[in-house]
Design a protein around this ligand. Sequence first.
Ligand code: GCU
Length: 634
Amino acid sequence: MKVLKHWVLAFVMATAPLGAPMAVLANPAAPADNATYADVTPQYILVNGDLRTGVSLSGPWHWSLDPYRDGLYDFHGKPHDPTKGRAMDISVADAMAKNPNALFEHDIHRAPVTQVPGSWIGYDPETRHYDGLMWYLKTFDAPARSGKRVFLRFGAADYRADVYLNGRKVGSHEGGFTPFSFEVTDILRDKDNNLIVAVDSKRSADTVPPTITDWETYGGITRDVRLVITPQTFVDDDFIRLTKDGRFAVDVALEGAGKAGTAVEVAIPALKLTLKGTTDAHGRVSLSAAAPKSLKRWSPDTPVLYDVTVKAGDDTVSDRIGFRTIEVRGADILLNGEPIYLRGISLHEEEFGTSPQRIITQSAARALLGEIKYGLNGNYVRLSHYPHSEVMTRMADEMGLLVWSEVPVYWTVKFDSPTVLKAAQRMQAENILRDRNRASIIIWSIGNETPISDARNSFYTAMAQHARAIDGTRLVSAALLSHRQIVDGRIDITIDDPIVSELDVLAVNTYNGWYGNDKIEDVPNTVWHSASGKPLLLSEFGADAQYGHFDADHHSRFSEDYQVDFYNGTLAMADKIPFLRGMSPWILKDFRSPRRQTTWQEGWNRKGLVSETGQRKRAFFVLSEYYRKKAAEH
Ligand code: GCU
């Protein structure tokens, strides 16, 4: 369903407590107009696709390596049709039975089996550092589905995925961290479906992120795979939020032949509120109603979620949604109209433990976010540097943690490439459309530590405008580098990145005292300058320390003593920045990075405040105490 901008204002009926004014909304948050963003908007949004009626296809899948991409190209590099080879709709055994003389040099139906979701770096010592093409096979019988439509939904596959069902290509996707769906209604059969997925983790100068990052590449089908079953006409998208003027605003978009002129009901039973309307010719309706006085607004201290249902025709979509407002006023960030300080930490998508896996279950998410909220006295988490699983963002809603959500425009993306911009915007659209009903998310980040250039500035500007076009209710930011010099013997930092004008909140990664030659003792006297008058977040700062390694005499690098000094110095600096409104130090947990190979690191970035298995380092308590005091102040 390609969205159309020009709404025919639908007939609106809302039942709300007596006397509550009703309004017909100009639709601020309709996905951006078709022309501009048509080719970066997913064909099917399938809002709440992770919870909708359907069946999970996760579990045992066959896997088969293809380092030379034989399944896609012949020995002269000429593309060939995988549906005649690795993605054919028959097992090699059956094909051989039909033609005993046939030669096959792959046999995925008899290949090793692994669990999906998961990354192949954890399957087998042989694939620990594999970076390339992998074929997956899932055979399954279809669920009952008469008269329904069926979609294949992937939570994520890193990096590029080509999907085949029963010998037919159903689609491709680029980007390792966002959901994608294909309709398979007409391809599915009752028995023995052959679902084959080619996942290629290989990145390049043209990918987002590019080849080099400071995190491990977890190639594979890394999140849940589901068959989502819908009526012929269904709720493809809904955006339900509280506006700054204390009203509920709702946009619903239907997909299917019967999308026009269909009655829509959005109910919040706990508030005795039902909004009713009828879709326009494009299957869209915008509804609004005053929020009743009984509404309990969502906040980290009171993470109240309401059951909300959207009914349209034969379809019903349910969700648990919190209602809050977020905005900037001068140098303040206001949550529900009140200034807030973001007591945060950064996090990579890796559960506690040493197995090279990236499977975020509810318990893994609860453990990580619990360490932030209850261990560090935090109220905020930067989910870096890519969209984390919806399990994590839903858990943040439930537990009460504010979230910075980011797309992997990281370091040296090819900013002068329109194709790369489209790929980044597609990831942004998939991320925002997946999560814009999550109350916890307050900031959409458009990137991290990218070198300033005209091409980069236009790229970022396009990303900021796109984010606002899809969701004008949240703040836009980016993790910037800053302009550092020595003035009168003191470290002097100016935030003068040309992209500042496009951002609602400034954010700077600062590592003085770890990278560069500054001594830790010079850090507290650092002076920060920003002419923008906007709020600042320290989006990163940190120092590596191996858990249990102490050096009381010299406080040498990689010792916990050094890390404590670094935190004390940086927090003292932070206290002197008048426009600072929060921070997300780098990082909660030691994480895998192939770039880190000292004896202290052994393939881990050790800037965590806890080790990979959850052991708290001394600096953990420095930050926890700092946040306890901060919380008491606010
Ligand atoms: C950078 C970067 C992180 C990296 C960190 C580090 O700022 O954003 O991805 O891991 O610094 O050097 O540890």
